[in-house]
Design a protein around this ligand. Structure first.
Ligand code: PLP
Length: 450
């Protein structure tokens, strides 16, 4: 390994970073992380912080789970790779698909299709939903509905259903036939509606109007995150997702739950949809499935959808889609142990309890600091605070101040993430009450530096 001077000097010189301008990275060197333990990360200068980002919403079991590390190294010794295309399989992927069908049984999911990550999972389920309708004799159902502020990865299909211009504009034109509804975002919405249930009804009315306008027979699926993550942690009211389910059922539209963040305990329940008492038709998962120890994703398929493919008599049910790394044996070994570890440690329950503490602490900070315009979360370990320069006018805080808050918070002992003028948090689900205290104390130092 090169020494730290070499690494600092070459930091962004030869590597372009996702989600940032190459020129910016040259001017403002990215923080170099070299080590991690438990819920803490260490930078190249040895500064330790609680990782309230949890890697990238994904390190649910923390950084030091030996069982998952051992499963990966053992699998590398036994079978580092084999393809699951056309007539071959591997033992660990079979075991994982069995474990996932048990894990997701309460959500009605019976089958898995493995991918290399979240964007791959999103792309897969968009394709499967079109093929599903074709097999059922409704090939005109090709369009997708989704939510503004929703994030569904970066492939062309995912970017097309994404609801944030930042991820779209430079790459347009995107996939035709994708339409976006207002987000269940009580702090800012076109109706100036602050009551979550009334907002849900208003969005439902827009949805029905859009479906009727498009012609229900042209719509394949509606896609949503049970709690919107990258859009700034937007938590819908309890009525929202069940209402979306009702409308999808009424019009024969598939409901896809994007569980890339919310799956595997993050919301305080094992899946986000379960948290709202909804059974989707398809789910996309990734991230927490291996806690980031190995890149892997899975699309979960409900029994009633799977049946249409499995009992097909049209000869068109072959899935001509997949990835070289679909059902990767090392990823499968990591995921099988990781899912078991999360269940053994009841990380959903810890996420719920620590999430409540974090939410209460953030509300207490909001009572002290006027620059906190909105506090969001309270359902597991997903939290967001929207920072404003004028609380009455809800004026978004300028980026220079946001960067100052971020830096001071980091120096005080916690890594958080900025999504525009919102600070988002998704720490490992093994977090303790003491760690919650560290996050809140660091944030307070950061806010004081605004
Ligand atoms: C809800 C959601 N869907 C899809 C993705 C894309 O996942 P990946 O970055 O693994 O491709 C993300 C990533 O954050 C996500 O939050």
């Amino acid at each position: 390994m090169k020494d730290s001077n070499f690494l600092k000097e070459n930091n962004a010189r030869h590597m372009w970073h996702p989600m940032g301008a190459p020129g910016d990275a040259l001017k403002n060197a990215p923080t170099i992380i070299t080590k991690a333990e438990g819920v803490r990360i260490f930078d190249i200068d040895g500064h330790a912080t609680v990782d309230a980002v949890g890697g990238l919403w994904n390190v649910n079991i923390g950084y030091s789970n030996d069982a998952v590390k051992r499963a990966i190294s053992d699998q590398l010794e036994r079978l580092p790779y084999y393809s699951a295309f056309m007539g071959t399989s591997n033992d660990v992927a079979i075991e994982l698909s069995y474990a996932l069908s048990e894990f997701f049984a309460p959500d009605g999911m019976t089958r898995s299709f493995f991918t290399s990550g979240g964007s791959d999972s999103v792309e897969t389920r968009l394709r499967l939903s079109r093929q599903y309708h074709r097999l059922r004799g409704e090939p005109t159902r090709t369009k997708f509905l989704s939510l503004k502020k929703g994030y569904h990865g970066t492939h062309f299909g995912g970017a097309s259903v994404n609801g944030n211009a930042r991820f779209r504009t430079a790459y347009e034109p995107l996939l035709a036939g994708c339409f976006h509804l207002p987000a269940p975002y009580t702090y800012r919405n076109p109706f100036d509606e602050t009551d979550p249930d009334r907002l849900a009804e208003k969005i439902a009315a827009v949805m029905v109007d859009e479906i009727e306008f498009q012609d229900p027979r042209t719509i394949a699926a509606f896609i949503m995150e049970p709690i919107l993550g990258a859009g700034g942690v937007i938590v819908p009211g309890a009525r929202f997702m069940p209402l979306m389910r009702e409308i999808c059922d009424r019009y024969g539209i598939l409901l896809i739950s994007d569980e890339v963040i919310t799956g595997f305990g993050r919301t305080g329940d094992w899946t986000g949809a379960r948290h709202w008492g909804v059974k989707p038709d398809l789910m996309s998962t990734a991230k927490g499935i291996t806690s980031g120890y190995f890149p892997l994703g899975a699309v979960m398929i409900a029994g009633r959808v799977a049946e249409v493919f499995e009992k097909d008599e049209t000869g068109q049910a072959a899935i001509f889609h997949g990835y070289t790394y679909s059902a990767h044996p090392v990823g499968a070994a990591a995921a099988t142990v990781c899912v078991a570890e999360m269940q053994r440690q009841k990380l959903n329950e810890n996420a719920a309890a620590r999430g409540r503490e974090l939410h209460d602490g953030l509300k207490a900070l909001a009572a002290k600091y006027d620059i906190i315009g909105d506090v969001r979360g309270g359902h597991g370990l997903m939290a967001g605070i929207e920072i404003v320069s004028d609380r009455a006018k809800k004026t978004p805080m300028d980026i220079a101040t946001m960067k100052r808050i971020h830096k001071a918070t980091y120096e005080a002992g916690t890594m958080v993430r900025l999504v525009g003028h919102t600070i988002v948090m998704s720490p490992p689900l093994i977090l303790t009450s003491d760690d919650v205290g560290t996050i809140l104390a660091s944030l307070e130092t950061g806010l004081a530096a605004a």
